[in-house]
Unconditional design. Structure first.
Length: 1060
């Protein structure tokens, strides 16, 4: 039987007409977007970003037409290889983020791209949450949580997706939309499905009947799903439900995207208890810890979570700031259990604490049982638990990769299960770590084999076989919550038996008759699929080498929708290093072989090479396999050999030659493209380091590799401009004047649009500020005042003044002086200010940056000494741009200095507000806390000030952590700023629309006069936004319909002196 070949070229040609610039065929993006958190490395032939259901339907049509498999990907945090693809990878995340709370939060409907924690944030005011609570809930998306039946810390089996689903929207392979909600459109309802797809419904009911008639199979299914189990499909749906709607709802849970596309999910909400307490219990070894687990499981109705961590886990967490002191006192066999209790009342919680503490007395812990309700302490303990995977991965040996497994045992065999895994570690010589959701009998473990080593690679395969046998012997699940994926696909039949496995296969055939939806996941005919295409380790720079590609960093990255995310930047960097090493090794071998080769051997190799190039089947072969070595599994190599003639040795050499040329081409493409994708569009904001458990800062890649650092001429120019900085600043102001003059002549929008089209010109936004002409002079507010401010006004704010179209066009310095005068505070500018810069402008030139910082510190210290000599008792140093404040504060940590520098919001909150009388606005305002305030942990100061200054709502788009303007990148790479602010712009536009509709509705219902109407609309509409960064404000003004200014303008507007 001839298999129809996969026509990727036809697929790509037609898909480009639909998806335009959202279809990616270049090697860098195919490689980068193919990366996920699993241990597998597949490179898609094409990647498509889909933004709506019609596009998914189009993709299914093209898939059928060209025989090209589809794999759907949301966050890419899954661990078993279910979101990998060597075919067509479909990204369904950024544009699938609708949230609808139904009723009084009885249920919540979420798009597949909604992050789990965002759903919970939306439900927080109602005291509710979604049931599933995987450790990755801060990053995992609903599409993946649902499709993997992810559970986690507290939900166990009772509150997972299977038991809390209310409805969902599915798209089937033929383009049918099935909406199982109560308010489905007639053509998308279950009734419509039953009419169009009676054959599928009948097949499912026939399977149900078959199961019900087999008592042994029924008992097996009940037993298997009594504990956590994601091995195979949720065939318990055929046993638990008789209605087709319910059967389909539940079959798709845990189906890992192999049966169709899940567009949105409606979950029943569960209570998020108001009162919680945690205890971190330490035991001398795992055996004793397992006894404590049995006690906790025996009190399951009282205990919300019990997370076990072995010594290796605890050891990996020692370096965290939040690490408990007990970690320094435990011995190498010790383990810990993090216990959480929850209740709706404090009295009930206290009762639970007393009962559990008493129960645990029979198993002595190392440091006693102490429950705490301190939110910061509890959060610090949970931070360690949720970060264990990347933490353990970060401490892996050089050259190794991370393989994580997820198994479950009945509580009665839990201790035996942990013991069996420990023995397997020793048997196969793996250094592993063990942790997991002990209350559910769910064990995770991590091993880090070096698969470049033949012995370790073989040991890994044998280990997996032995592990499966051990789990089955103890009536456990070989996959508890991470999904079957590719890792366990070869063992589904072994775990379930032939009859149940046949049911699994028939489910797949009902929904995917051509096996084009995520093939080789759950159901695979390849018994070695779990050991193929594993990631290959390669050494890179120390500051990124620990990354295991978990993806925790992605949601905060400003370039995530434009080019690459931090994990993708690191992965591509590693791939470049790997290819360089391979080519160097190949070149060395080739040089060695050249001296030994006879003419006959070379001729044989060339003959074999030509055979592949000239074969009539080459077109089909290329369409099927693409680059010979792109799959790494050897399948294409096997296919290539079928077209080659000559000796095996000649075939080896021909394939090696192909490989070398292929790798050389890939390396060339990666290096050429990395400049833009990896460096130019990295905002270097370092927000990724805050989300990364290992605090990896991928922004350092751009800093290290920037060509500017390496160019002799560039360094010379930087050095000279730094030495003559006042002249540099004057030139910058001159440039602003020219740009504003051109804008006035041509029109702001015309000039802005023109600058976008002319590549060699920087982008000139329509919100471009004016050149600052305000004269800076120290102001002595009151001769009797004993408070003085050393005001370091940054070079950027000394250059910029508000755009002329704003109501308040005063320079920032003038506004600050006005505020200080009201507060009876003297303002002193540092000596030699015109030549000072914090060094951030020279971030690509470390020596110049450091020199400029030192100049600032010296000037501030000198000015402070001068004030002290005059008897001023209270002196504050204040900086007026948050990015520069962070730069100076960070630099001080490296010096033995007594200087303390405050960012402007910190100073306003701590010193100015108490000295001012505030008359709050009655108006909603927008607020943006730039990335530096978040890194410095003073972002809450902005919110506190804003709430003091208005009685209206302070509206923050919390998802935008960095605007991507990034100093000068807003001018030279404006698409980064536009992409980073896409969601923020839409968010505030929606808020403005909602406000207008609310106002109109109120006005109509109360029949107010036209005069009142005008006042009401002016009074309530969201018009103003505030920040603490003049550069961020340029981008915010450019991308929204809100007027953004520094927070100082708001405070000055609503304040007066307390003496007035």
């Amino acid at each position: 039987m001839t298999t129809r070949y996969r026509d990727f070229e036809g697929f790509i040609a037609e898909a480009k007409e639909i998806f335009k610039d959202r279809i990616y065929t270049d090697y860098l993006r195919r490689f980068a977007y193919g990366i996920d958190a699993s241990c597998y490395a597949y490179v898609p032939r094409v990647v498509v970003r889909a933004v709506n259901e019609n596009e998914i339907i189009n993709l299914f049509t093209l898939s059928q037409k060209y025989n090209t498999p589809l794999t759907f990907r949301a966050a890419g945090t899954s661990l078993s290889g279910q979101a990998c693809s060597d075919s067509v990878l479909v990204l369904a995340n950024a544009f699938w983020q609708d949230i609808e709370i139904i009723g009084n939060a009885e249920s919540i409907k979420c798009g597949c791209g909604v992050i789990g924690v965002e759903a919970n944030e939306a439900l927080k005011p109602y005291g509710k949450k979604i049931g599933p609570d995987p450790a990755t809930i801060n990053n995992a998306m609903i599409g993946g949580i649902f499709s993997n039946n992810s559970s986690g810390m507290c939900c166990g089996v009772k509150q997972n997706s299977y038991n809390t689903i209310k409805s969902a929207r599915f798209i089937l392979f033929d383009g049918t939309i099935l909406d199982t909600s109560e308010n489905a459109k007639p053509n998308e309802s279950i009734e419509s499905f039953l009419q169009k797809h009676k054959d599928k419904a009948d097949s499912l009911l026939a399977l149900r009947k078959e199961i019900l008639q087999d008592t042994e199979l029924c008992e097996l299914i009940k037993r298997k799903f009594a504990i956590k189990n994601t091995t195979g499909y949720s065939i318990n749906a055929l046993l638990d439900f008789s209605e087709i709607k319910d059967i389909i709802n539940h079959l798709f849970i845990g189906a890992e995207g192999t049966l169709g596309f899940v567009s949105s999910v409606e979950y029943e909400c569960v209570e998020d208890y108001a009162y919680k307490a945690c205890a971190l219990l330490f035991y001398k070894d795992l055996a004793l810890g397992a006894k404590a687990v049995e006690i906790l499981a025996g009190n399951e109705s009282l205990v919300s979570a019990a997370e076990i961590m072995d010594y290796a886990c605890l050891d990996s967490a020692r370096g965290l700031d939040s690490a408990p002191s007990e970690l320094e006192r435990i011995k190498s066999e010790a383990c810990a259990i993090l216990v959480q209790l929850e209740s709706s009342t404090q009295k009930e919680l206290d009762s639970k604490i007393a009962h559990i503490s008493k129960e645990l007395e029979s198993v002595p812990s190392l440091f006693g049982v102490h429950f705490s309700s301190d939110e910061k302490l509890m959060a610090s303990w949970w931070k360690i638990r949720k970060a264990l995977l990347p933490l353990a991965a970060g401490s892996r040996p050089s050259g190794s990769i991370v393989i994580t497994e997820d198994i479950c045992f009945p509580i009665k065999t839990f201790a035996q299960g942990i013991d069996s895994i420990t023995k397997l570690f020793n048997q196969f010589n793996f250094q592993g770590i063990i942790f997991g959701h002990a209350l559910s009998g769910n064990v995770h473990f991590i091993i880090t084999p070096n698969l470049n080593d033949e012995k370790e690679s073989q040991a890994f395969g044998e280990f997996m076989e032995a592990m499966v046998d051990s789990v089955i012997a103890l009536q456990g699940s070989t996959k508890a919550e991470h999904g079957t994926g590719r890792m366990i696909a070869p063992f589904v039949e072994k775990e379930w038996g032939a009859k149940a496995y046949a049911i699994n296969r028939r489910i797949k055939e009902i929904f995917d008759p051509h096996s084009l939806i995520n093939p080789d996941v759950i159901i695979s005919d390849n018994p070695q699929i779990h050991t193929q295409n594993l990631k290959q380790s390669s050494e890179v720079e120390d500051f990124i080498n620990q990354c295991m590609e978990c993806g925790f960093c992605e949601k905060v990255c400003p370039s995530r929708e434009l080019t690459l995310t931090p994990r993708q930047r690191i992965a591509v960097r590693k791939e470049i290093a790997r290819l360089e090493a391979l080519l160097a090794e190949s070149s060395a071998k080739q040089d060695s072989n050249t001296t030994q080769d006879s003419g006959e051997r070379i001729e044989s190799k060339e003959s074999a090479y030509a055979e592949v190039a000239n074969t009539e089947k080459n077109g089909e072969y290329r369409a099927e396999c693409g680059s010979i070595f792109e799959l790494k599994s050897g399948l294409c190599e096997m296919s290539a050999r079928s077209y080659l003639k000559g000796s095996a040795e000649a075939q080896d050499e021909a394939i090696a030659d192909f490989s070398q040329k292929d790798n050389a081409q890939k390396l060339k493409e990666l290096k050429q493209s990395y400049q833009y994708f990896g460096i130019d569009t990295c905002a270097t904001c370092s927000m990724c380091s805050l989300s990364c458990p290992l605090e990896i800062d991928s922004g350092k890649i751009a800093s290290k590799l920037s060509p500017a650092v390496k160019g002799t001429f560039s360094r010379f120019v930087a050095t000279q401009s730094a030495k003559h900085f006042s002249t540099t600043l004057s030139l910058a102001k001159g440039g602003l004047r020219i740009a504003n003059f051109s804008s006035n002549m041509l029109g702001k929008n015309t000039l802005s649009n023109l600058s976008k089209k002319i590549k060699f010109l920087p982008y000139i936004p329509s919100s471009l500020p004016r050149a600052n002409a305000y004269k800076l002079e120290s102001k002595d507010s009151n001769a009797q005042s004993q408070v003085a401010i050393i005001y370091f006004s940054t070079c950027i704010n000394r250059s910029f003044a508000p755009q002329s179209s704003l109501k308040d066009t005063r320079a920032l310095q003038e506004v600050f002086e006005s505020l200080c005068k009201k507060a009876n505070v003297s303002v002193v500018y540092p000596q030699n200010l015109s030549n000072l810069c914090c060094g951030k402008a020279y971030k690509d030139y470390p020596q110049s940056a450091q020199a400029k910082r030192k100049e600032v510190y010296k000037a501030l210290d000198s000015t402070m000494r001068d004030l002290q000599s005059k008897g001023v008792k209270q002196i504050h140093i204040v900086c007026d741009h948050s990015a520069c404040s962070y730069e100076l504060k960070s630099g001080l940590k490296e010096l033995d200095s007594t200087l303390t520098i405050l960012d402007m919001p910190e100073f306003i909150e701590s010193t100015l507000l108490p000295r001012l009388h505030i008359m709050p606005l009655d108006e909603d305002i927008a607020l943006y806390a730039m990335c530096a305030t978040r890194k410095g942990k003073w972002d809450k100061s902005l919110e506190s000030i804003a709430k003091t200054c208005t009685s209206g709502e302070v509206i923050v788009h919390s998802k935008t952590q960095c605007c991507g303007f990034a100093g000068n990148k807003g001018f030279i790479c404006s698409e980064l700023n536009a992409s980073a602010l896409r969601e923020l712009s839409e968010f505030y536009a929606d808020k403005q629309t909602m406000e207008s509709e609310k106002i109109d509705s109120n006005l109509e219902s109360t029949k107010q006069s036209a005069t009142q109407s005008s006042k009401g609309q002016k009074h309530k509409k969201l018009r103003l936004g505030f920040s603490s960064s003049s550069t961020c404000e340029i981008g915010l003004n450019d991308k929204t319909n809100i007027i953004w200014q520094n927070l100082l303008y708001l405070v000055d507007r609503v304040s007066k002196s307390k003496n007035m």
